[in-house]
Design a protein around this ligand. Structure first.
Ligand SMILES: [Zn+2]
Length: 315
């Protein structure tokens, strides 16, 4: 653990990192940990300046690990967790150093990123041998996927498998991998219709992952959908793993997406409208579209064919 002097030293090193990223600070209260700088978004993105705008509107509290720009927080969402700010505006080395200096904050993230592993009984469907294909385990798992119109190509692309023993016995497993191809989550859907527990997913913070980001091209329109089964049928789609948008997904969409099309299940139109208004602001303003599906339909039912539905913008 850190002693009091260590903490003081660490905090002054955090200030060094911030100075390196943002230039000279305007005001600094080292007792409260409050420090202000010219906001890079106001200065560069909004005003197109090469240097700071001299306003000092970006307030950081490094003891609390938060930041906010008083001028552009509403239009550009310039507020939140300091670590995200350093991740975006600093270098990899600066972030690494920050994580060492602000261990409590880093700890929160580490805890959230509880490593997920595939069940040891996991069988990748594309890898099964001819002999195994004769077993009833295989036939049942495949029967379920076929009944949902999932093709071999989709299974391969999405790395779909199943378990017939262990904690996830009788379940189709769909894994999610991040940009570095590291597993970050999976869902386990029963193929035994008598099983009342349809999904049994691992204990992990699904709020802090982007489902299969490895398959996402941020330069192309991104579809926002509800579940992993929807995303199998619709290329470049991100499932929210529910009917609401996590802060992590919101932040990533806000920073990376060029155009977003929201397509939730037909029965979730009110949720879809809420997400639309949440996203349609700042740099994403005018770049959000929405598709309304019939009340009893989802993307998987339609096998990803959205041709018959109008894509529109709300007023
Ligand atoms: Zn600003």
């Amino acid at each position: 653990m850190f002693s009091k002097t260590d903490v003081q030293n660490n905090l002054s090193e955090v200030v060094d990192i911030l100075d390196n990223i943002l230039g000279y600070s305007k005001n600094h209260n080292d007792f409260s940990g409050q420090i202000s700088y010219d906001c890079p978004i106001c200065s560069h993105e909004i005003k197109g300046l090469d240097k700071g705008d001299g306003k000092g509107n970006l307030e950081i509290n490094y003891k609390l690990g938060v930041y906010k720009c008083w001028a552009c927080c509403d239009t550009h969402r310039t507020y939140g967790v300091l670590r995200f700010f350093i991740k975006k505006y600093g270098s990899k080395e600066q972030l690494k150093k920050y994580d060492l200096l602000a261990p409590e904050e880093a700890e929160i993230y580490k805890k959230k990123y509880n490593p997920v592993k595939l069940p040891k009984e996991f069988i990748l469907l594309n890898s099964v041998t001819t002999g195994f294909k004769l077993t009833h385990h295989y036939k049942r798992a495949m029967g379920y996927l076929r009944s949902r119109n999932i093709t071999d190509d989709m299974m391969q692309r999405h790395h779909i498998g199943f378990c017939y023993t262990g904690e996830y016995a009788g379940r189709i497993i769909i894994p999610s991998y991040d940009d570095n191809l590291d597993l970050n989550y999976f869902i386990a859907r029963t193929y035994d219709e008598r099983n009342k527990l349809k999904y049994k997913n691992p204990e992990a913070e699904k709020e802090v992952i982007i489902w299969n980001e490895r398959l996402i091209d941020w330069d192309e329109p991104v579809y926002l959908v509800e579940g992993p089964f929807d995303s199998i049928f619709l290329p470049n789609s991100i499932p929210m793993l529910g009917k609401t948008l996590s802060e992590k997904l919101f932040t990533d969409l806000y920073e990376k997406a060029q155009k977003i099309i929201i397509v939730l299940d037909g029965d979730a139109w009110e949720n879809a409208k809420k997400i639309y208004s949440k996203l349609n602001g700042g740099r994403l303003f005018g770049k959000i579209w929405i598709i309304k599906l019939p009340i009893d339909k989802d993307i998987a039912d339609l096998q990803g064919n959205l041709n018959n539905f109008e894509m529109k913008q709300l007023v």
